[in-house]
Write a protein that binds this ligand. Structure first.
Ligand SMILES: Cc1cc2nc3c(=O)[nH]c(=O)nc-3n(C[C@H](O)[C@H](O)[C@H](O)COP(=O)(O)O)c2cc1C
Length: 188
């Protein structure tokens, strides 16, 4: 299995606004001995040069940041990871995220993993700060039972002086294990 991993050409591509998706991507690339690439540095034509591509991006308003790169272009074996505040155990929430971000053609052939990120309200850019304020106002108008997973998290964390950080290296293990399994079957 180790030999197959050494031979396979794997690219880990990420788009990250505040660094959590970048951190996960760096750990994944290190574990897999893969190329680590920022999304803006990758031309879509380069995707086909990899035996397997891992793409990761933060979730913003339910959208996976930059995922169009792999969703709209030809790409062989594909693994996608999302990074959000929502608890990856919230199956219903993530079912919706996958459904709205990836056409059936894409998610039928890609393995998708959900990793938990974080938020540091002090570092938010102006637009994100405003979005969070709107989300909070909307959440407050709803009864607790009606609130979405993300609205609940915004209310719990909003304005927090300290950084909320759910990033854990061991969370990448299922994804890394999956990639190793795929690569072992490639016979490269
Ligand atoms: C404006 C804004 C919108 C967000 N929307 C969502 C969301 O819809 N679902 C979610 O799980 N997390 C959401 N988050 C949390 C981010 O996904 C989280 O901070 C993640 O770690 C960001 O990854 P990045 O720093 O690599 O870009 C949002 C954060 C901000 C600032």
């Amino acid at each position: 299995m180790k030999e197959a991993l050494k031979e396979a050409k794997i690219g880990v591509i990420y788009k990250s606004r505040y660094g959590t998706a970048r951190q996960y991507a760096a750990w994944i690339a290190e574990e897999l001995g893969a190329d680590l690439l920022e999304r803006s540095a990758v031309d879509a034509s380069r995707l086909a040069s990899y035996d397997l591509v891992v793409y990761g991006g933060g979730i913003y308003g339910g959208k996976i940041n930059g995922v169009d790169l792999v969703a709209n272009h030809e790409c062989g074996r594909l693994v996608i990871f999302t990074v959000g505040l929502a608890d990856p155990a919230s199956a219903e929430y993530f079912y919706e995220v996958v459904d709205t971000n990836l056409q059936e053609r894409v998610h039928k052939n890609a393995a998708v993993f959900h990793l938990r990120g974080g938020i540091d309200y002090k570092r938010l850019g102006f637009a994100h700060r405003a979005t969070m304020a709107v989300l909070r106002r909307m959440a407050l108008k709803r009864s607790p039972e009606e609130r979405s997973e993300v609205e609940r998290l915004v209310l719990e964390t909003y304005g927090s002086k300290s950084k909320i950080d759910f990033v854990r290296r061991d969370a990448i293990e299922p994804l890394v294990g999956h990639v190793k399994g795929v690569v072992a079957g490639l016979g490269v």
